[in-house]
Design a protein around this ligand. Structure first.
Ligand code: EPZ
Length: 421
């Protein structure tokens, strides 16, 4: 198993290339199940989760040819029939595997997917995904830990979601794209990755309107055609490096980042006293003065993203005063707190609220992460802690950050990857 070793104190200066968005790539790879020919995606991030989704598509019978950051995904041809089952041993490693449900039912009339168990950050049920498919006429049965979904042909329906679930919307948009008639998704997720999926499906010939707003209308078509598409940049990777620049009083250009995907994050960085400017090549972040405390409440987009909560908590530890953080999306997304406490952070948790005292002097330590963004926050802490920090179980990081140590070293961080005995 690898670990990341960071020597604190370096000021980050220079340019960091932002990779394609993990949370756009995963639904887009699932969407490649829909058209009758080979689709090509460019700017694909080199991540463990993308490799896992590629492995799942191959298990279903599709070919996935990777060439640097491009993927060509082609359906089974000739006598080869698609398999329609996503097995437990794969789904348990990545919940986003559930995204194959909508496309398979829409195109082949059935799918059998292992129920994704909970994960470190919460129970994360898929009841809304299933409720929507049932509303479109699918028969949904739970069978020995698997969900079986069948429908001769899905029918358009009006679906009011209990909450704006991101992958729930993505699954239902893909299902509705080939359904008969009109589907209206109400209380829909507005994340840029949902919009990106609609852009790609419309390029395939789908008829989707309203993506990015709370009401999305999908008029089903009979067939979708293959496309070529370059994936949008990863706003959470960009936000993570923005915090790194802010905390180290650095000056970093986040190459390719889109400011319009980061409004809430940029607003909070500026409130903390960080200079953020849109430039031709991306977003430039300059730290400098003392960091001011800021209060954070995580919300569905365009609110402050839950995937940036752990990173902002580390920045809050360095601020001159107390910050209040409320995690409103996931019920257990404070696993980074005990580890930060071992580095000297002063954070008190009460239910969904974290009170961060600030003015901390962090000290390097060996720390262990339990989920992707918690791991990232520990690397950020190591950048400013006195002495050496070792972040163990780096496989969490590799799920969502492409070569994080190389990108940080490229702007002056004293960081390396090493084998953990
Ligand atoms: C997506 O997860 C992202 N993953 C997550 O990113 C992100 O944190 C999350 O959206 C929220 O923004 C991908 O896009 C692959 P949700 P998703 O369905 O779709 C509840 C990362 O670090 N819910 O929007 O699984 C659920 O329990 C990952 O990159 C139901 O109750 O999140 C949660 O409390 C972590 N029933 C809330 O809704 C459902 O059927 C939001 O979940 C679906 C969701």
């Amino acid at each position: 198993m690898d670990k990341i070793v960071v020597e604190g104190g370096a000021r980050l200066v220079g340019k960091i290339p932002i990779s394609g968005a993990k949370n756009a790539a995963l639904p887009l790879l699932a969407a490649a199940l829909l058209p009758s020919g080979a689709s090509t995606f460019k700017n694909v991030p080199d991540l463990a989760d993308v490799k896992t989704m590629s492995k799942l598509l191959r298990m279903l019978g599709w070919t996935v040819d990777a060439d640097k950051r491009s993927l060509v995904i082609a359906p089974p041809t000739g006598k080869k029939k698609p398999k329609l089952e996503a097995p437990y041993e794969l789904v348990k490693t990545m919940r986003a595997s559930v995204l194959v449900l909508g496309p398979l039912v829409a195109r082949y009339g059935r799918a059998r997917v292992s129920m994704p168990g909970g994960c470190a950050i919460g129970a994360r049920p898929i009841d809304q995904h299933l409720k929507g498919l049932q509303a479109m006429g699918a028969k949904v049965t739970l069978d020995h830990g698997y969900v079986d979904v069948e429908a001769k042909r899905l029918k358009g329906a009006t679906i009011v979601l209990d909450m704006p679930t991101v992958t729930g919307c993505e699954n239902l948009i893909m299902a509705a794209a080939l359904a008969k008639g009109r589907t209206v998704l109400e209380n829909a997720a507005r994340e840029p990755e949902v919009e990106e999926l609609a852009v790609v499906l419309n390029k395939m010939g789908a008829k989707i309107q309203g993506a990015g707003t709370p009401i999305i209308t999908i008029d089903g078509v009979d067939e979708l055609l293959p496309i070529e598409h370059a994936i949008i940049p990863d706003r959470i990777e960009a936000g993570t490096f923005a915090v790194a620049a802010a905390m180290t009083r650095g000056d970093v250009l986040l190459e390719g980042a889109r400011p319009e995907h980061l409004d809430a994050v940029i607003a909070k960085l500026r409130a903390a006293g960080v200079q953020v400017a849109a430039e031709a090549g991306g977003v430039r972040v300059r730290g400098g003065g003392d960091l001011q405390p800021v209060d954070i409440v995580t919300q569905p987009h365009p609110g402050f993203p839950t995937d940036m909560q752990a990173q902002f908590m580390v920045m809050a530890c360095m601020a001159k005063g107390q910050s209040i953080i409320k995690e409103m999306i996931f019920e257990n997304r404070y696993m980074h707190v005990p580890e930060l406490g071992r580095m000297g952070a002063d954070v008190q948790i009460s239910g969904r609220t974290a009170v961060v005292r600030g003015n901390s002097k962090l000290n390097g330590a060996s720390v262990m992460a339990t989920d992707l963004r918690a791991s990232a926050s520990l690397v950020l802490a190591g950048l400013v802690a006195a002495g050496k920090t070792e972040v163990l179980r780096v496989y969490h990081l590799d799920r969502g950050y492409e070569s994080i140590e190389k990108k940080l070293r490229g702007v002056g961080a004293k960081i390396k990857r090493a084998k953990d005995a």
